[in-house]
Design a protein around this ligand. Sequence first.
Ligand SMILES: Nc1ncnc2c1ncn2[C@@H]1O[C@H](COP(=O)(O)OP(=O)(O)OP(=O)(O)O)[C@@H](O)[C@H]1O
Ligand SMILES: [Mg+2]
Length: 292
Amino acid sequence: MIEINDLHKRYGDKTALDGVTFSVRPGEMFGFVGANGAGKTTTMRILMGVLTADSGSVLRDGRPLTFEDRRRFGYMPEERGLYQKMRVAEQVEYFGRLSGLTASGAKKATGDLLEQLSLTERANDTVDALSLGNQQRVQLAVALVHTPEVLVLDEPFSGLDPLAVDALAGVLAARCEAGVPVLFSSHQLDLVERLCHSVGIISAGRMVASGTVDDLRDREGRGRLRVVVRGASPGWAASLPGEVVENGDEALVSDVDGDGQDILHLAVKAGKVEHFGWQRPTLTEIFREAVA
Ligand SMILES: Nc1ncnc2c1ncn2[C@@H]1O[C@H](COP(=O)(O)OP(=O)(O)OP(=O)(O)O)[C@@H](O)[C@H]1O
Ligand SMILES: [Mg+2]
């Protein structure tokens, strides 16, 4: 279990983090989201020890992280760093050796990862000959090669095509199932909603929401009904109790008190009810609301 407790960080008179707290459990995929400049990279750098916090702590299973702990983490920094003139396989193996793998262990792990990330055919190309997305895949292979105990990935999905997104999602899910806590940042909220068990939303250096994706959607979605009535006359939804947004046959009613049966009765009177149900917000909607 990785715990991030009340991190504070200032750059001169600019506050980057103002009390960031969350935790990632073994086998949990945690999506870290927030607007540009919100503090995601700063938090991850502190977690990885490349930056020190002004106050607050990062714990693993209740005790402060050590250099040795972090050596067994997989980290993909925001500032990508590959040797441009080194060949793909050679490079991934090299980083595997640096992280303590044997020569044969590094070779095997590299072969497997290049296969999973569809890079096998590029194994002998130098990095500077690769497209941006393929360089990104190499960067991921480097972060994953030593079978890390914890994964900390800063925007691992950026720049990947849809097939590569699926391939990476599969690799991360497998690591997660093996019990690894996975923390990654992303601006692709649909992807975060699809992949993650939990999310944390950071805004201007503060956590404004965190929890499981299901809980957040349930909590934020309480009291919102979507009603679709065919053949209703325009303005049919105006008299419904609650905050109503009418769009043709469809009405979204927020702030509904009770079980909504009164609304159902009014809808039946207005026409043919084709849909009537509670509507949970998407992560994108929750995000907009939370950072507004
Ligand atoms: N070295 C630095 N010197 C001064 N300010 C910095 C430095 N690094 C980050 N900041 C500031 O700290 C704040 C948080 O930045 P950070 O890079 O953590 O955001 P982020 O959430 O990763 O954003 P993005 O989505 O754009 O990557 C920003 O206001 C940024 O300008
Ligand atoms: Mg960043």
